[in-house]
Design a protein around this ligand. Structure first.
Ligand SMILES: [Zn+2]
Length: 195
């Protein structure tokens, strides 16, 4: 029995396992670092929450002096919200403005643009959830701080006054539009003088 080992045989099948089949389709396991959490299709809320969390992380990173999440307080959250105001798109009239209290001003004015209360309120809700999902303790959650709640309430009232709208919990039912059923009266016969 002489085992003939052919070093370079043209058809050595047992080499096939070694050769890297540089496939065209990358295996899905390479893409992304999917955690063990079972999220088949992240909802819009979830992706928005992740984006907000990253934004806040960036804010902390760029903070002077440097600020770590564990040392973040409600005061820092307020700082963050005020920082976001520069990207706001909601006109908030000052009391000096002639359009103060007008929901639809007829002309431009130099009043500042701010983040709408509704956006801030939703943002804080998402960040509050994200904080705890990322290991933060509920009792230390800066997004649930009293100062943040008070600030949001203040913003809501200010914007409601400035724009002349009231934020209600429930949308009031609008009365149905009145149907214009004006019956045009038949043309009166010309008054012809009897003669
Ligand atoms: Zn104004």
């Amino acid at each position: 029995m002489d085992s003939v080992s052919t070093p370079d045989s043209p058809n050595s099948d047992n080499n096939a396992a070694m050769s890297p089949t540089s496939g065209s389709a990358p295996s899905s396991s390479m893409v992304g670092s999917s955690s063990s959490s079972s999220a088949p299709s992240p909802s819009r809320y979830e992706s928005q929450k992740r984006r907000d969390w990253n934004t806040f992380g960036q804010y902390l990173k760029n903070h002077r002096p440097p600020l770590s999440l564990s040392r973040c307080s409600g005061a820092h959250v307020l700082e963050f919200l005020r920082y976001l105001d520069q990207f706001g798109k909601t006109k908030v009239h000052t009391q000096m403005c002639p359009f103060f209290g007008h929901p639809n001003p007829p002309a431009p004015c130099p009043c500042p643009l701010r983040q709408a209360w509704g956006s801030l309120d939703a943002l804080i809700g998402r960040l509050r959830a994200a904080y705890e999902e990322n290991g933060g303790k509920p009792e230390a959650n800066p997004f649930g701080a009293r100062a943040v709640r008070l600030y949001l309430r203040e913003v809501r009232e200010l914007q409601a006054k400035a724009r002349g709208i009231s934020y209600e919990k429930k949308k009031r039912k609008r009365p149905p539009p009145q149907q214009l059923q004006q019956q045009t009266p038949p043309p009166a016969p010309p008054a012809n003088p009897s003669g």
